[in-house]
Design a protein around this ligand. Structure first.
Ligand SMILES: Cc1cc2nc3c(=O)[nH]c(=O)nc-3n(C[C@H](O)[C@H](O)[C@H](O)COP(=O)(O)OP(=O)(O)OC[C@H]3O[C@@H](n4cnc5c(N)ncnc54)[C@H](O)[C@@H]3O)c2cc1C
Length: 323
């Protein structure tokens, strides 16, 4: 080994969003010595409120994270405000570099989330989480009955427009160029009273409303705009470590959150789990428990016991996609 390990843990959790915080909570509560690397704000940090969060509906996302961190305080969980930079698998352990330190553990749990890639329309990114949203279950209620726009083409625009239409009678689909809609999709939109505007959008402005500025000089002001952005992984580390990825760029896991690499789990948005706070927290819990179970089995096996459900068998579990 070319570098001395500075600290040793039972598990290292990467990412302190809902998935990583809940995984660390499960592991801490299981008397494990855990390192939680916090690489920065969670995905919804720009949102004013989080909805669909059991017992905390409408909570400010940074407050939710603060509560999650506070709850870890009673356990042997070390939280560091630093991302993982590099990982090496050496023997049965994983060596994780953060800043200039290497930490070591026999188990890793990725909860590093995804990034949203917004269309390159000037003004859109600045309004993300304020008047530009992606999820009606997260931001539909505050905008119910309001004039809303959908930005999208093809199946995605069609699907999001029909969905958001359930929150308000006033929906317009903006395709920013060729709509790429089928005749059936046009007919669906006509049935529910959603007009389609295909004029290219030059920019977006507005403070508490959102105004679309079109080529040719027209404008359209809405209370909010919904779109379905492309995404990519926040961290390349799972792929570099050899975790199998699916064709959507998500880490492939089985129902326990195990990746294709033995000793490595993943949870939350990065796995293709439904992208909500509660789903991320739930998959974090499940992955944390699964990880802990393999530590228990390994420890008992070291005492000479013969487990039928051994760590090895767990590692052989065929990964399936959580979609
Ligand atoms: C604008 C917006 C509003 C939303 N509103 C809602 C809502 O109202 N209700 C709801 O249920 N859901 C909402 N969501 C979805 C919700 O935010 C996500 O589903 C949830 O945050 C996913 O949790 P996660 O733990 O998987 O990932 P994240 O919350 O993205 O957390 C991942 C963490 O990993 C860290 N990280 C990345 N790389 C590294 C590294 N190398 N080392 C260490 N850490 C690293 C990141 O900095 C981040 O802190 C919203 C999303 C957006 C974008």
């Amino acid at each position: 080994m070319s570098h001395p390990a500075d600290r040793t843990f039972d598990a290292i959790v990467l990412g302190a969003g809902p998935a990583g915080l809940n995984a660390a909570l499960a592991l801490g509560g299981a008397t494990r010595r855990v390192l939680l690397l916090d690489g920065g704000p969670p995905r919804n940090a720009r949102a004013e409120e989080a909805h669909g969060v059991f017992t905390r509906d409408g909570i400010v996302p940074v407050q939710l994270k603060a509560i999650g961190l506070r709850d870890l305080g009673r356990y042997d969980v070390t939280v560091l405000d630093t991302p993982a930079r590099e990982i090496r698998a050496i023997g049965d352990d994983f060596h994780v570099r953060h800043e200039h330190t290497w930490s070591v553990a026999p188990r890793l749990l990725f909860a590093t989330g995804v990034q949203d890639i917004l269309p390159r329309i000037p003004g859109l990114r600045e309004r993300w989480g304020h008047t530009v949203h992606h999820c009606p279950y997260c931001d539909g209620w505050p905008n119910r009955d309001a004039p809303l726009g959908i930005l999208g083409r093809h199946q995605e625009g069609h699907h999001l427009a029909l969905t958001v239409r359930a929150w308000t009678d006033h929906v317009v689909l903006f395709t920013d160029g060729p709509d790429e809609l089928s005749d059936e999709q046009w007919e669906d939109l006509r049935r529910v009273g959603v007009p389609v505007v295909d004029t290219p959008i030059l920019r977006v402005s507005g403070r508490d409303t959102v105004t679309l500025h079109f080529r040719g000089g027209d404008r359209h002001t809405l209370d909010a705009l919904f779109l379905n952005p492309a995404q990519r992984q926040n961290s390349l580390l799972p792929e570099l470590l050899g975790c199998e990825m699916n064709d959507k760029g998500r880490v492939v896991v089985n129902e326990h959150g195990m990746t294709s690499v033995r000793g490595v789990w993943a949870a939350g948005d990065m796995t293709g789990a439904p992208q909500y706070v509660m789903s991320a927290a739930s998959t974090g819990l499940i992955a944390g428990i699964s990880l802990n179970t393999t530590l228990i089995h390994a420890a008992v096996r070291n005492l000479g016991a013969a487990f039928t459900k051994s760590d090895d068998e767990a590692g052989d579990t065929q990964p399936v996609n959580v979609q």
